[in-house]
Design a protein. Structure first.
Ligand SMILES: *[C@@H]1O[C@H](CO)[C@@H](O)[C@H](O)[C@H]1NC(C)=O
Ligand SMILES: *[C@@H]1O[C@H](CO)[C@@H](O)[C@H](O)[C@H]1NC(C)=O
Ligand SMILES: *[C@@H]1O[C@H](CO)[C@@H](O)[C@H](O)[C@H]1NC(C)=O
Ligand SMILES: *[C@@H]1O[C@H](CO)[C@@H](O)[C@H](O)[C@H]1NC(C)=O
Length: 502
């Protein structure tokens, strides 16, 4: 009986201590609000976004979610009466929130109102001076101005762009086009498109059997052309997985051909663009794509509740993915891994199957550790894994996306050997070094915030295209046989002459 009573007091004590912790109240005025999304007249993106950091009455930031949600409203007038908007507040679970929103057509006299428990937050309401246009309106700004308004670094400040372009100081397509086509017009094995941007119009001609992925570049160029005046330029885009412009061999004599690709590699000269996946989710933010670099930061699985294991799901597109299944069977207490789909190694499905039901990407973050293993080339989930709040283990790889060169091992992720030989040891290390692990996760998120959000994806394309256009010495012309990519927009910035109202 006494024991039970003591136990009850003990629980009560714990409860009281928690209750004390809970009365940490948010000081609405002291909260911090920052980001281009509070200047939507200047910074135009598919979804505008900004950040809120909760601060308590003692001036301390929260390390977990604030007790209540922040309420955000976009007020204003539009051609249809009240400004139509859609707002999404993403709680990152660390005392910070991402607020993103879209508006339809245009809105005037916009006010962004942020409240916490009824009280205005920081300098809310934020008054927006000029009209706010939807990104779906055709409103190209001067390129330099767009880059300035969106804090885009110039190409010269980007390691990867400079590295990719260092073999292409002066490109004369009139001189190399014929040989380039001889080399890469191989419909059975190569799919590529020639793009020309001229006076804000987009033209292309594709070669190869599988050219469906051209839709991604079409929509990227169209989206960029709605917000910025693009330089006249042309480029060849590889639609396949593998980089094309191989080092060594023939290229030693002819010089490398400039090919744009979504994946770069140590043994090629391909010029890397942000992947179609990352770009699509930036261009379609709050549109038809559900998983993007903002939504993936929504905290659904607090650290304390995560399983202390490494998690992986994916296709059988590389031998090491099968090797991982072997490891997970040997060390089920450390790794939960399964193949979702057999295609490349169908004859080994018996051994490495059965396939498992689909797990939504957000569910991955129920686990403390995430594994990034190459597919046919780099695994394009890597940026999304970095943005989540789990530790990412990355397989060593000759393949890379446009941002890898800015990452540092053990600062932003934990590397493991290509043949997985040290993976188990690394996972065990992580289980014993929680403090360091959480520091790496924190750094990864900071990296994402500085490099991989929709704004940065726009910036990277524009900086690269601007620099690229400077290096083209032959006149840019629309070639016979090219198809015009149809523009898509729902409104203009310059309002058409208003007819006499009746
Ligand atoms: C919300 O505001 C009310 C009164 O203004 C206050 O009593 C209450 O403690 C606040 N709640 C939180 C969670 O801040
Ligand atoms: C580009 O190449 C073409 C064909 O070889 C040549 O006629 C032209 O002069 C070159 N242009 C420049 C600027 O080098
Ligand atoms: C592996 O993960 C899946 C999805 O979270 C879960 O349903 C399953 O029970 C896990 N397997 C083991 C052995 O823990
Ligand atoms: C794995 O690769 C490393 C080199 O990175 C090599 O030293 C080691 O022998 C390999 N292990 C196996 C089992 O192949």
């Amino acid at each position: 009986m006494l024991q039970i009573l003591l136990f009850v007091f003990y629980i009560w004590g714990i409860h009281l201590r928690f209750a004390e912790a809970e009365i940490k109240l948010v000081d609405a005025e002291k909260c911090l609000v920052w980001g281009a999304g509070i200047k939507p007249d200047v910074s135009v993106l598919p979804a505008r976004y900004f950040f809120i950091m909760a601060i308590d009455k003692n001036g301390q930031r929260y390390l977990e979610s604030a007790p209540l949600n922040f309420q955000v409203k976009i007020k204003g007038n539009s051609p249809h009466g009240r400004c139509r908007s859609h707002v999404d507040v993403i709680d990152r679970g660390d005392g910070t929130n991402i607020v993103r929103y879209t508006t339809a057509d245009w809105c005037d006299q916009v006010e962004i109102e942020i409240r916490y428990n009824g009280t205005q937050v920081a300098q809310s309401p934020y008054y927006v001076r000029n009209k706010v246009y939807s990104e779906k309106c055709y409103c190209p700004q001067d390129l330099q101005l767009f880059m300035l308004h969106n804090n885009c670094p110039n190409a010269a400040a980007d390691k990867q762009i400079m590295w990719d372009l260092h073999s292409f100081k002066r490109v004369n397509f009139s001189a190399i086009r014929e040989n380039l086509m001889k080399r890469y017009n191989q419909p059975e094995s190569v799919s590529l498109c020639h793009y020309v941007v001229k006076q804000q119009q987009i033209w292309r001609q594709c070669y190869g059997k599988y050219t469906g992925f051209k839709m991604f570049m079409d929509s990227t160029l169209l989206a960029l052309s709605r917000v910025a005046l693009l330089p006249d330029m042309e480029f060849y885009l590889n639609l396949g997985d593998w980089p094309l412009s191989k080092k060594g061999g023939q290229q030693r004599t002819s010089g490398p051909y400039p090919i744009f690709s979504w994946c770069g590699s140590e043994d090629s000269y391909d010029i890397t663009l942000p992947t179609y996946d990352l770009t699509e989710s930036s261009v379609e933010n709050m549109g038809r794509v559900a998983l993007d670099m903002l939504s993936v930061q929504r905290n659904e699985h607090p650290w304390e509740l995560k399983e202390d294991k490494a998690f992986w799901r994916g296709r059988d597109s590389r031998r090491e993915r099968l090797d991982l299944i072997d490891l997970s069977r040997k060390y089920p207490e450390l790794i939960n891994a399964s193949i979702t789909n057999f295609f490349f190694f169908r004859d080994e499905e018996q051994k490495y199957g059965p396939t498992v039901p689909y797990v939504s990407f957000m569910e991955f973050f129920k686990y403390k550790y995430q594994l990034n293993i190459d597919g046919t080339v780099a695994s394009y989930r890597f940026p999304y894994l970095l943005a989540g709040d789990s530790l990412v283990f990355k397989q060593d790889s000759p393949y890379y996306e446009h941002f890898y060169s800015k990452l540092q091992p053990y600062k932003h992720y934990v590397p493991f050997k290509r043949n997985l030989s040290d993976l188990i040891e690394k996972v065990q290390w992580a289980r014993e070094h929680e403090k360091k692990v959480r520091e790496i996760i924190h750094n990864a998120r900071e990296f994402v915030e500085a490099n991989l959000l929709p704004q940065h994806i726009y910036c990277y394309h524009l900086a690269l295209f601007k620099e690229w256009s400077n290096r083209l010495v032959a006149p840019v012309v629309v070639m016979p046989g090219m198809e015009k990519v149809q523009t898509s927009y729902t409104c203009f910035c310059k309002e058409p002459q208003i007819k006499d109202e009746l």
